[in-house]
Ligand binder design. Sequence first.
Ligand code: AMP
Ligand code: GLY
Length: 424
Amino acid sequence: MDVLVIGSGGREHALAWKLRQSPQVGRLFVAPGNAGTAKTATNVALDASDHNAVAAFCEAESIGLVVVGPEVPLVAGLADDLRERGILVFGPSRAAAQLEGSKAFTKALCDEMHIPTAAYGRFDNPDAALAYLRTHSAPIVIKADGLAAGKGVTVAMTDAEAEEAVRACFDGEFGAAGAEVVIEEFLSGEEASLFAVSDGRTYRLLATAQDHKRAFDGDAGPNTGGMGAYSPAPVMTPELTARAEREIIAPTIAGMAARGTPFLGVLYAGLMLTDAGPKLIEYNVRFGDPECQVLMPRLRSDLMDLLLGSARGDLGGVEPEWRDEAALTVVIASKGYPGSYEKGRPISGLHQDFGDGVTVFHAGTTRGDGQVIATGGRVLNVTAIGDTVADAQRKAYEAVDRIDWKGGFCRRDIGYRAINRENR
Ligand code: AMP
Ligand code: GLY
């Protein structure tokens, strides 16, 4: 079967890399892709916001399955428009993508299904929001309702910061995404992610992971899309995973089905492990980036079985198998990211053999003059598997040190929480 992956990040390179290993996949396309996907698949210059163009390409090339990587096209209804034309898609409908597209939507579902999450209020005007802040003091969390490229959340440590964040949302800092605001109780604990794939009625748990959102070592600096990740997350014991499955994942899939908007695709739960148990911080309706880069190397069985089972609405008989080893990925980003950064510098040293179990997934790269050129904020994901997280970390940094790119930086402490646990 011929497959089209939508997206251009490290997540999509990891998906394409894993799909290339499937005996079920014939031709593999990535739109628009990057310099890494160009070696694994065929890049196509398609604009995912032009649903007609994507559908026309699928019809012309007899694409059997479309795999949508990022959230923006899902929230915009790309999956609906392709399905309407009879094209099989992995990814939720516009209605089901509201789990990521609207924080207030997810909070309402949590209320309805008694899913543990932070207490909250939702507001469509500044006066009501500011009045709520007078009775709920900092630390407190202010969230723009809609998609804000990961920037719509302020964890306010003072009342003044909280008020400022509310005003910024209603003043249009996040555009239409901030027209509604959710104010949430501050949860303390360690964060972890749990992934599941659903066919709308049932689901299969994938694995756990932990991300590193801040730009610099020791979790300092601004928030980013993620500077590194590993899987599994040792903090997610089998007991905590089973509890999160029972109290969070299962009622979400059941609640979405009961509403008549079944969730088909990958459900990524961002959890806070509080003293009172796991609580849902947020849902994403896609694989995490860079979490996907550590899930794919750990998946032993055929990814196509999961994607096709979900897309066709029947995961019956599909049981994903995982390697016991840990996987860890280090993101190399352009100096200046997540602020402004220089583009267009060549990267060398990518064509060597980094050894067993080491893979470099590309994100913001393109090919020019026979070289790989850095064009984005997050540029490379140096990924390794090992017997422990410490082992995977050592292999990943050995590879990082053999790549020559003057314009890049990375964190040197990816995996520290897990490694501290391993050393106990
Ligand atoms: P989100 O975009 O919803 O993932 O939020 C970004 C980050 O803000 C999360 O990864 C958490 O670190 C933090 N955060 C979100 N909600 C809360 C909360 N209720 N309590 C504490 N931290 C939070
Ligand atoms: N790494 C965080 C995300 O994909 O949202």
